[in-house]
Write a protein that binds this ligand. Structure first.
Ligand SMILES: N[C@@H](CCC(=O)N[C@@H](CS)C(=O)NCC(=O)O)C(=O)O
Length: 229
């Protein structure tokens, strides 16, 4: 499939990270909805990327997996001049990559553990695993609360790749583990993220899908109003 194509699903947190970045970088590409529950699509996708995780970028037939690598690739090869999510300065770039890793490993991963558990049959649930995931999210929130004091964005003075990771990680983690009221800096940061035009656009494109999100009971009514039974 020639051109620039992003394989994605509108409920996938890592796909949000990519689509937020694509919007913030001002890049035009084709988005291809991926349904891994469809056996034919699944087989075709695994043939491209046997790990089977999304998002995946195809650039003129070249396979580019992993959300952070996709963002770096897009910035390097496709972003208009002046649009950047990873700074040129190497120390500043390391700071962005550090917080990108932080959100992926210590917020997104334990958030996904909650979703995986909700999807299991009752008998197969893992309360200890969920408690460990909750504890990791809570420790991450405490770190973020301290780090965000006096800051607008998570790394440096401008919206970066790390904020692209933060937005879906915090949006979805909040549905299982809402930050405590005393986490004022974190709560204010989440509001800033949700108001960022690129984040708001990605959320808007996903609204009609929220009824299928396994953790929808924890979604704010700002995003999803459950249908009456
Ligand atoms: N490290 C990967 C993680 C991607 C990931 O976990 N994607 C999830 C959706 S948010 C996925 O593809 N899940 C489908 C599955 O595991 O079958 C990245 O940064 O892109």
């Amino acid at each position: 499939m020639p051109g620039l194509v992003l394989h994605y699903h509108p409920l996938s947190s890592y796909c949000w990270k990519a689509t937020i970045a694509i919007d913030a970088l001002g890049i035009e590409l084709r988005k291809q909805l991926l349904d891994l529950a469809d056996p034919a699509q699944r087989d075709a996708y695994f043939a491209l990327w046997p790990i089977g995780k999304m998002p995946l970028l195809m650039d003129e037939g070249r396979v580019i997996p992993e959300s952070s690598i996709i963002i770096e690739h897009l910035q390097r090869h496709h972003a208009p001049h002046g649009r950047q999510l990873i700074p040129d300065d190497s120390d500043a770039a390391l700071e962005v990559r550090l917080w990108d890793r932080f959100f992926d490993q210590y917020v997104m991963t334990p958030m996904q553990a909650h979703t995986a558990d909700v999807l299991k049959p009752e008998a197969g649930r893992d309360p200890d695993g969920v408690a460990r995931a909750r504890n990791l999210i809570e420790r991450s929130y405490a770190i973020l609360q301290r780090h965000l004091e006096g800051r607008t964005w998570i790394a440096g003075d401008t919206f970066s790749m790390a904020d692209c990771s933060a937005a879906p990680a915090l949006f979805y983690a909040n549905t299982y583990v809402p930050p405590a009221a005393e986490h004022t800096h974190l709560l204010a940061y989440i509001e800033r993220l949700m108001d960022h035009p690129a984040v708001a656009a990605t959320i808007d494109q996903s609204r009609e899908w929220f009824k299928f999100y396994p953790g929808r009971a924890g979604l704010s009514r700002r995003y999803y109003i459950p249908e009456e039974a």
